[in-house]
Design a binder for this molecule. Structure first.
Ligand code: AMP
Length: 520
């Protein structure tokens, strides 16, 4: 692991090491705890190089806030990062980052700053922390420019910050994927925070009441309550048990736009800020009213597509046939006569194309596919499309655009999809993630049976095993959409099980999950 305190050192290191490798950035203010660890671990799983920045950013602290007091423990943080498998720590001084000492000069007025939309910065924490999100947006923009990561990781714990950064990156066309990680909590329910260090033992015992209040609202929500006043009251009633809690706000907003909500339609963010003594704590809970998303990943030949279709059919969910989408795009590229090496022309075409998938029954053949107003249900199964679809699907731009479309399709839930990275990349917040696998021997045996059924049984079992092993190796190491098991995926080994048995297992997992969500 390397530590850099200068921009020059960081840049030089990244220039030398990043060739063809993905970089994940985890921006922090240090005093690292298990909440940060979830971000780092996720970044470790998804990138070749992990950079953690540690910087207590003076721009985001207001007068009278805890800038001086904020815990600084670089040596401990270094050990923490080393153990977590971090490659690079970037820990600059304020002078290095802003060219001036913030305590000597008024950098607030002398430095270019990034101003997110006022509607997003003036509510929730914005009331008591004017200028805070401008400071956050400015430092995050600088860090993104300096590290140029493929992905940057932020915690759902700071939900307002996350929404603002997502907007910032979209509005300013910053080429990075923002990945959000769910809130890590102590066994008591208290969300981990560097500021928990300020709490006395007595306050630490009281602090989990924030989570209890949110849980109470979550239960009320799951029981059908959608109204702002009642949901907020569910939090307040719990908090009233502890006199020492001074509530700053309890708000219900839309998680993406941060617009206050009177009613939760598909989703809401219930957010709270409160003080215990002089320590300010924040916490939140996502209230989701959408139908579930089930993501099924796994190696080739584990039976994913058949099982996925059956699960969709039996639960009455839509089978999001991502393969059909790639085929439709391939058909469109072929039809337009674009050379496959002309990626920019393909990018233009794909980013404007409109794909519709409409299922008119439960059978696979009942899925009808349109692209740009033309029905291509039959055409996408042609030999020409089959021969070219993998070349087209291998283009990063095609994948990027289609993942966006898939996410739009599933924004209201009610979808089952399968692939190699559906649970890790396409739908990281899917309600149920399954990693369907089978031993190489079993998959080879199934393949041989299929080939014999098709009268093509000349390949040996050993050869098929070797092919499958090679394919697994290629699929899990490819840069584009590598096969990965999400940390929260349930692995099902299908060796010795029939397709209906596996389907039943997924359906029962789904019902179990749905009832646990109901119980909050
Ligand atoms: P901070 O060091 O407090 O600025 O936090 C750095 C990143 O870690 C931010 O993206 C936070 O949202 C995230 N983070 C902090 N605490 C937690 C937690 N308990 N669970 C998940 N993410 C967290």
């Amino acid at each position: 692991m390397r530590l850099f305190t200068t921009i020059a050192g960081l840049r030089c290191h990244l220039e030398r090491h990043r060739t063809q490798k993905t970089v994940g950035l985890v921006p922090t203010m240090g005093a690292l705890h298990p909440g940060h660890l979830t971000l780092i671990e996720r970044a470790r799983r998804e990138n070749a190089i992990v950079v953690v920045s540690i910087f207590v950013n003076p721009l985001q602290f207001g007068p009278g806030e805890d800038l001086q007091q904020y815990p600084r423990q670089l040596e401990e943080d270094q050990r923490f990062c080393q153990q977590a498998g971090v490659d690079v720590i970037f820990a600059p001084t304020a002078v290095e980052l802003y060219g001036d000492d913030p305590s000597d000069s008024d950098i607030l007025t002398e430095f270019t700053q990034v101003q997110p939309p006022p509607a997003m910065t003036s509510i929730l924490c914005g009331h008591s922390r004017p200028g805070h999100f401008q400071g956050v947006a400015t430092v995050v923009t600088k860090l993104l420019n300096l590290v140029q990561p493929d992905r940057a990781y932020f915690g759902q714990k700071d939900a307002q910050q996350l929404a603002i950064i997502r907007r910032l990156v979209a509005d300013l066309n910053i080429p990075v994927t923002i990945v959000s990680c769910s809130i890590a909590r102590e066994p008591s329910g208290l969300a981990y925070s560097s500021r928990n260090q300020y709490l006395t033992p007595a306050q630490k015992a009281q602090a989990p009441i924030l989570y209890k209040g949110l849980q109470n609202a979550q239960n009320v929500f799951q029981a059908g309550e959608r109204d702002r006043t009642s949901l907020i009251a569910a939090v307040t009633s719990e908090l009233s048990w502890i006199e020492e809690i001074q509530v700053e706000y309890i708000e219900l907003v839309h998680p993406t736009t941060l617009i206050p909500l009177e009613q939760v339609e598909d989703q809401g963010l219930l957010a709270i800020a409160a003080r215990l003594g002089s320590t300010r704590l924040i916490d939140n809970s996502l209230l989701r009213n959408r139908r579930p998303i089930i993501a099924i990943d796994g190696p080739a030949g584990a039976g994913k597509s058949t099982v996925t279709r059956l699960v969709a059919q039996q639960l009455g969910l839509m089978y999001l046939d991502t393969g059909a989408m790639y085929r439709a795009v391939t058909w469109r590229v072929l039809q337009a006569g674009i050379d496959f090496t002309d990626e920019p022309a393909i990018a233009e075409l794909v980013s404007q194309c409109q794909i519709s998938l409409i299922s008119s029954g439960s059978q696979p053949q009942s899925l009808r596919v349109w692209i740009d107003g033309k029905e291509v249900t039959q055409a996408i199964r042609s030999l020409d499309v089959t021969a070219n679809v993998s070349a087209i699907a291998a283009l990063p731009v095609v994948r990027h655009e289609l993942v966006k479309q898939q996410q739009r399709w599933a924004s209201k839930g009610g979808v089952v999809a399968e692939g190699r990275d559906i649970g890790t990349h396409v739908f990281p917040d899917a309600e149920l993630k399954i990693f369907l696998t089978a031993s190489v021997q079993e998959r080879a045996r199934r393949r041989l049976q299929d080939l014999q059924g098709e009268d093509q049984g000349t390949v040996s079992l050993e050869q098929l095993e070797a092919d499958i092993q090679l394919r697994d190796q290629r699929d899990s190491t490819r840069t584009l959409a590598p096969l990965r098991q999400a940390a929260d995926a349930i692995e099902i080994n299908t060796d010795g099980f029939t397709i209906p048995e596996v389907t039943d297992k997924i359906i029962s997992l789904y019902h179990k999950k749905a009832s646990s969500l109901h119980q909050g």
